[in-house]
Write a protein that binds this ligand. Structure first.
Ligand code: PHE
Length: 455
């Protein structure tokens, strides 16, 4: 299929852009707070299993669908299975992208505010309690976060407008390694804190009694969220890969980078949670309180804080770009509107969603069924839409995609052996769909129902 579609320029560019999408607030902000809220080590263990057995094959599948069809997340399914309704998977992904952006840009806005606070040295001399109060005051105030959210969305839009090749591919290559080194540095410091042992024990010692179906669902959802899976983001990026890209190898590299960053972020954060007695450690506020608390204690903390929050911002932006790109690619290719028009209108819708979700954190407003709009967007997208999207993508690649074409596409650039291909096919056909289905059914209480029925 010869098209004039834009492609990433180099191998490194492919990794940087894709890892740029994967590594984001999901790793540094969401992973540690999920670990804290779901029993520590047990969650980490299940997260790793979900990533290996379900995340990896689905990531490869998204790449294959994207590169084979060279189309956006919805048209890709139309091209591979014409006349069948599988394109709805793409539409679900577009919806997910809107919902995720609705809360992601709020947290992205916090990152902008914190980068600014770091610059003006606002953390200096504050106790952990004060830092905690400051954050709460800021994130629950009605209007202050909105301007930062606007900046975050506007900047994302500008990059997407300019096209991803020249801007983000180039910068990701420089900035992602710096983020990595900085995190390593923070980990080392964090390990010298008085209660580092306690923090690490919490993080790495699985307490199996803590494993419930909702913990498993959270781990599965987190794995999808962190790897940008289940909503067509990697189908869209895959459509910009050239035929020389080694798809399985790229997936493995991206997964290793993403997992490492998440674990490093947790190692940087937990010792300080225990050492500085941070309460409410399970909330979405964790990274914004415990890291400034560490910076305050550190020699050269000012520079590290500035560097860290800027890089957090970069990580968030490379992810939000990929989210916006999913919708933009779909809208421009389907409705034949210009990239400029599409990006502006989509960003406005996203901004409105983000304003609503930010206001819902200002106490008492916009709460539905006892849940804040912010939490609804977060929970519904990561715990329902992404795993469901992943389920359909696995079924589609495993059972609908012609296996010969699948093998030929995967083999390009990779010299994949047939044995490995069969292992992959086994995972997408059986393990991934069954795994996701079981987690869903268990969560719906089906097993308890059967148990009580049998008795
Ligand atoms: N993976 C991103 C992160 O960890 C979030 C994201 C989800 C990006 C889905 C794209 C698609 O922050």
């Amino acid at each position: 299929m010869a098209t004039n579609r834009a492609h990433f320029a180099s191998k490194l560019g492919v990794i940087a852009a894709t890892a740029g999408s994967a590594v984001g607030l999901g790793n540094i902000w969401r992973f540690p707070s999920e670990v804290a809220g779901n029993g520590g080590g047990a969650f980490v263990l299940i997260y790793l299993c979900c990533t290996l057995l379900i995340g990896a094959p689905i990531m490869i599948s998204e790449f294959v669908i994207g590169r084979h069809s060279e189309a956006n997340a919805s048209t890709a399914f139309r091209k591979i299975a014409p006349g069948k309704p599988w394109w709805f998977i793409g539409l679900m992904g577009i919806l997910a992208a809107f919902l995720i952006m609705g809360f992601y840009s709020v947290v992205g806005g916090w990152a902008v505010e914190y980068a600014w606070q770091a610059v003006i040295n606002a953390f200096d001399g504050k106790s952990t309690i004060e830092l905690q109060q400051n954050f709460e005051l800021f994130s629950t105030s009605s209007y202050r976060p909105l301007i930062w959210i606007f900046l975050f969305v506007a900047f994302t839009a500008l990059v997407v407008l300019a096209g991803i090749k020249e801007g983000i591919e180039k910068y990701s290559k420089i900035l992602m390694p710096i983020l990595f080194v900085l995190l390593l540095f923070l980990c080392i410091y964090s390990l010298t804190l008085p209660k580092a042992g306690e923090g690490l024990r919490f993080l790495f010692m699985p307490d199996f009694s803590k494993i419930t179906s909702s913990v498993i669902l959270s781990a599965l959802g987190q794995s999808f969220f962190s790897l940008s899976l289940g909503m067509g983001c990697l189908i869209t990026y895959g459509s910009y890969f050239n035929k020389k890209t080694n798809l399985p190898k790229t997936a493995v590299q991206v997964i290793i980078i993403d997992t490492l960053v998440a674990v490093l972020a947790a190692v940087a954060i937990f010792p300080s949670v225990f050492s500085f007695g941070i309460t409410d450690a399970a909330g979405p506020t964790l990274a914004f309180i415990s890291l400034p608390a560490i910076f305050n204690q550190m020699f050269g903390g000012y520079f590290l804080a500035v560097a860290f929050f800027f890089l957090l911002l970069v990580a968030a932006i490379t992810s939000s770009i990929s989210l916006l790109e999913v919708i933009t690619a779909y809208v421009t290719e389907t409705y034949k509107v210009s990239r400029r028009k599409a990006t502006i209108v989509i960003s406005l819708v996203i901004f409105i969603l983000a304003v609503l979700s930010s206001l819902s954190l200002a106490k008492g407003e916009l709460t539905f069924f006892g849940m804040k709009f912010f939490d609804i967007l977060d929970g519904f997208s990561s715990k329902i839409l992404l795993p469901l999207g992943g389920l359909f993508i696995a079924i589609f690649t495993g059972w609908v995609f012609n296996p010969t074409h699948l093998f030929q596409e995967l083999e390009k650039g990779s010299q994949l052996s047939f044995a490995l291909f069969r292992a992959y096919l086994f995972l997408v056909r059986y393990i991934a769909p069954l795994g996701i289905l079981l987690v869903f059914l268990h969560q719906l209480g089906l097993f308890t129902w059967i148990e009580s029925w049998v008795k």
